[in-house]
Design a binder for this molecule. Structure first.
Ligand SMILES: C[S@@+](CC[C@H](N)C(=O)[O-])C[C@H]1O[C@@H](n2cnc3c(N)ncnc32)[C@H](O)[C@@H]1O
Length: 220
C-alpha cells in the first residue's frame, strides 16, 4: 500500500515536545516496514485509540439492527469490522472492504480465529468496492475518505451498492489536529458535504462527539 493512513490521536493539550518527534519516527518506521501487517495494524489500532475514537458511541449512533448488512469501507485491520459484526449479530453480515490484501487477509484470519461467521472480506479495486449487487443497509467508512480518488465518480458508484433505504456514514479527520494536518490525512467537512451533494446524497445526520473528526450520515 503506497498511501498509508495513520490513526494517531488528534491534537490534544497534553502533547509535549517529545511527541512532536513521533511523526518522524513513524514515517521512518513505515518506510522501513512497508508491507508489514503488524506495523499497519499497530498504526491503525494503537495510540489509545478508544479514548478519542469512542467506538461504542459510533456503533450506537449508526442505529444498526440485528440482521443488517454493512460494509466497512477501508476496513484496515478491522478496528470497526468486529464491532459492526457484533452489532448486526449472527443473522447480519459485515463486508470488510479494503484495497490492501495484507489487511483483508489479516481480518479474514482473525475472523476465522474468533469464529465471526458474519464477516466476509473483499479485496477491492481502488475505484470499486466490489460489494454484492444485492446492496447493503449501511456503508460505513472511517478515516478512509481522504484516500479515495476521483471521489465524485466513486460516490456515484457506491449508490449501486446501497439498498433503497441504505445510508452512507463517513468519519474522517477534519484537519483540526496538528498531526493530521502535518501528514495531510484529513478532509474538510465542507468538502465532504459538497462532494456528497454532487453525487446526489442528502445529509441525514451529523454527529459531533468525535474530537477533530467529522461524522456525517447520508442517504441517497
Ligand atoms: C487509515 S486506514 C483506516 C482503517 C479502518 N477504517 C480504521 O478505522 O481503523 C485506511 C484504510 O483505507 C484503505 N483504502 C484506501 N483506499 C481505499 C479504497 N479505494 N477502497 C477501499 N479501501 C481503501 C487503506 O488500505 C487502509 O486500510
Amino acid at each position: 500500500m503506497d498511501d498509508q493512513g495513520l490513526l494517531l490521536p488528534p491534537s490534544s493539550p497534553g502533547y509535549g515536545t517529545n511527541r512532536k518527534l513521533l511523526p518522524i519516527v513513524l514515517i521512518l518506521l513505515i518506510t522501513a516496514c512497508s508491507g508489514c501487517t503488524d506495523v499497519k495494524r499497530w498504526l491503525y489500532e494503537g495510540f489509545g485509540r478508544d479514548e478519542w475514537q469512542h467506538p461504542g458511541e459510533v456503533i450506537l449512533a449508526l442505529h444498526l439492527k440485528a440482521g443488517d448488512a454493512v460494509a466497512d469501507l477501508g476496513s484496515g485491520s478491522g478496528y470497526f469490522t468486529f464491532r459492526l459484526a457484533d452489532a448486526v449479530g449472527p443473522a447480519g453480515k459485515v463486508y470488510a472492504v479494503d484495497i490492501d490484501p495484507d489487511m483483508t487477509e489479516y481480518v479474514a484470519r482473525r475472523a476465522r480465529e474468533l469464529k465471526y461467521h458474519n464477516i466476509e472480506v473483499i479485496t477491492a479495486k481502488p475505484d470499486d468496492p466490489l460489494l454484492p449487487k444485492s446492496g447493503v443497509d449501511v456503508i460505513f467508512s472511517c478515516i478512509t475518505y481522504h484516500h479515495l480518488e476521483d471521489r465524485t465518480s466513486y460516490l456515484f458508484r457506491l449508490t449501486q451498492y446501497l439498498s433503497p433505504h441504505g445510508r452512507l456514514a463517513i468519519v474522517d479527520f477534519n484537519g483540526e489536529g496538528w498531526f493530521t494536518r502535518l501528514i495531510g490525512h484529513w478532509t474538510p467537512r465542507e468538502v465532504i458535504l459538497q462532494e456528497l451533494q454532487q453525487a446526489g446524497y442528502s445529509l441525514q445526520q451529523e454527529l459531533t462527539f468525535l474530537p477533530n473528526q467529522v461524522f456525517l450520515v447520508f442517504s441517497h
